[in-house]
Design a protein around this ligand. Structure first.
Ligand code: GLP
Length: 263
């Protein structure tokens, strides 16, 4: 595939899932930014769900560029982020609030008061979670939710387990997530052991979902999510039931998909 190419694939199932495979991370990020910016431009008051992690960084820098060029306007956009470590001070440079300010909010024309990230130092996490759900619902729900995916198939911090959890909740992180995320900390011991995360219900009730994934480490999670059975052991597999979800992948993340191998 050429670097700037993006091709559409089918996951072989008759559902609301679209799959694009891009020839480079830049092409993947541009495609995602075009979809997100297009959706924002089509609706006057927009509720945007956001994700952290390294995967959406290219999407965020492309959105910042589109904003610089006056091709997207965030004035009427409200954002809700998927998750936050718990406990963590929002000022800590490892917090997801810090990450979002640095990589997106400070680079676009958004009113910072309209950006919402779960408070990692809320004294009572139960109250923080229920207030978050209530605020999202009161604002009319999420129009478009951006997702990454964990190596173990998690979305937000919804870890593999025997159930899907509906609303925002506290999560004890799995060893595999602590290990995967330790690359962003000085040591594994510094990674918080818990997080607050939107639930699967918050994600599934978003009107549109865009999931970005790149790199070989994501290939198994992507295959399980798109071609496997729907099971809470791969939380992303539930996206097969969403009416409007787009996976945007690079060739490495797509490499083990049957539809992709058939080409
Ligand atoms: C974290 C976040 C997820 C993210 C995932 C993948 O654990 N909670 O929302 O999708 O990791 O991160 P990355 O994109 O850096 O691989």
């Amino acid at each position: 595939m050429r670097e700037n190419e993006v091709k559409a694939y089918s996951n072989g199932k008759k559902n609301g899932v679209k799959v694009f495979v891009a020839g480079s991370y830049e092409a993947l990020s541009k495609k995602a930014a075009t979809i997100v910016a297009g959706a924002i431009s089509n609706k006057p008051e927009f509720m945007l769900g956001l994700a952290t992690g390294t995967s959406p960084l290219g999407l965020y820098s492309n959105l910042a560029q589109l904003c610089d060029e006056d091709r997207v306007d965030f004035t009427n956009v409200t954002t809700y982020n998927l998750d936050e470590y718990y406990p963590i001070d929002p000022e800590n440079d490892q917090s997801y609030r810090y990450f979002m300010n640095k990589n997106l909010f400070h680079k676009i024309n958004i009113d910072i008061n309209k950006t919402h990230v779960l408070n990692g130092k809320a004294p009572k996490w139960e109250d923080e979670c229920s207030a978050y759900d209530a605020a999202i619902e009161a604002a009319g729900g999420i129009d478009l939710q951006v997702l990454g995916i964990g190596n173990n198939g998690h979305i937000g911090f919804n870890e593999p387990g025997d159930t899907f959890i509906w609303g925002t909740h506290r999560v004890e992180l799995t060893e595999s997530t602590i290990e995967a995320n330790s690359r962003l900390f000085n040591s594994k011991d510094e990674v918080p052991r818990a997080a607050l995360s939107m639930g699967i219900g918050n994600i599934m009730t978003a009107k549109q979902i865009v999931l970005v994934a790149n790199g070989a480490a994501k290939a198994k999670a992507i295959k399980d999510a798109l071609e496997g059975e729907i099971t809470p052991w791969c939380q992303a597999s539930i996206l097969q039931l969403h009416p409007n979800v787009t996976f945007i992948l690079d060739e490495e993340a797509a490499s083990t998909l049957e539809a992709y191998k058939a080409i």
